[in-house]
Design a protein around this ligand. Sequence first.
Ligand code: C2E
Ligand code: CA
Ligand code: CA
Ligand code: CA
Length: 278
Amino acid sequence: RACSRAVNNQYSYEMHRSDASATQYEHERLVQAIRQNELQLYLQPIHSARSPEKIVAFESLARWPCEGGFVPPNVFIPMAERGGLIQDLTMWSLHSSLRLLSQWLEFAPDISVSVNISPLFAADPVFPDLVQRAMGIWNVPPERLILEITETAFAENADAVIDGMMALKRSGVSIAIDDFGTGYASFAYLKDFPVSELKIDQVFIRTLLHRQRLQHLVASMIDMSHRLGITAVAEGVEDQKTLEVLASLGCDFVQGYHLGRPMLGETAVAELQAQFID
Ligand code: C2E
Ligand code: CA
Ligand code: CA
Ligand code: CA
């Protein structure tokens, strides 16, 4: 079954020719999952590095539950990109995120939501309008929305992506560069593009404690961010010692299992509300 294959992560990016009908079946399952609201939105907290008890934002992460497990996003996001479904999926993510945001703004007006945007969709000329309309529907301030985009986006349709992001930036939305340091784009986009946040990829953070080399790299990325007036966020923080090193290097925000795992959006909002009440 397609679903259990996906859950067991037996996919390869390039499907074999003989798998054409399986691919078609999976495509239809994903269409159905998006249309019939089978996807779930999870939220992972992002904390202040210097005051780790403080949540500053949530990153929204899509989940596709099936047959007692989940199809990993690393499988179904590329599937959506290949199958022409990425616009639908991203709009589902965006609307679900803004709906949750509108709920917690009532008691936590300073906490933002960070939404992953596929580079393919970011290059679509309708993209800025769709984002603005979605913000209008949920009646949320643009200052509370962060759009995460990978460096790869700037390597491919650079001009289209920059135009769209500039338009959104002017309306008050923040732009974060996701997986910073792993893309094959150069620093060129940082020259002109007003990025708000750099998210330093987990590969630099996970073994930080044991490798001086990584500490120098991360220190440089944080320093560069600050010189450009950009907020530095470290991803994949799995222990207290790493958190402390990052705080001592001046990193602004941190995200990772040590601080909080992704959880069902509704659960995250309920926990946050309970925190604000007592
Ligand atoms: P990402 O944007 O880099 O998201 C962070 C990933 O790291 C998430 O994986 C998260 O669960 C995981 N993570 C967080 N903290 C830790 C940690 O301390 N240790 C480890 N080992 N991992 C940690 P997830 O949810 O499996 O998502 C994978 C990727 O799929 C995301 O990477 C993102 O690129 C993509 N993705 C997820 N949801 C969406 C979505 O709604 N739209 C788009 N376009 N992409 C999405
Ligand atoms: Ca991300
Ligand atoms: Ca990332
Ligand atoms: Ca990633």
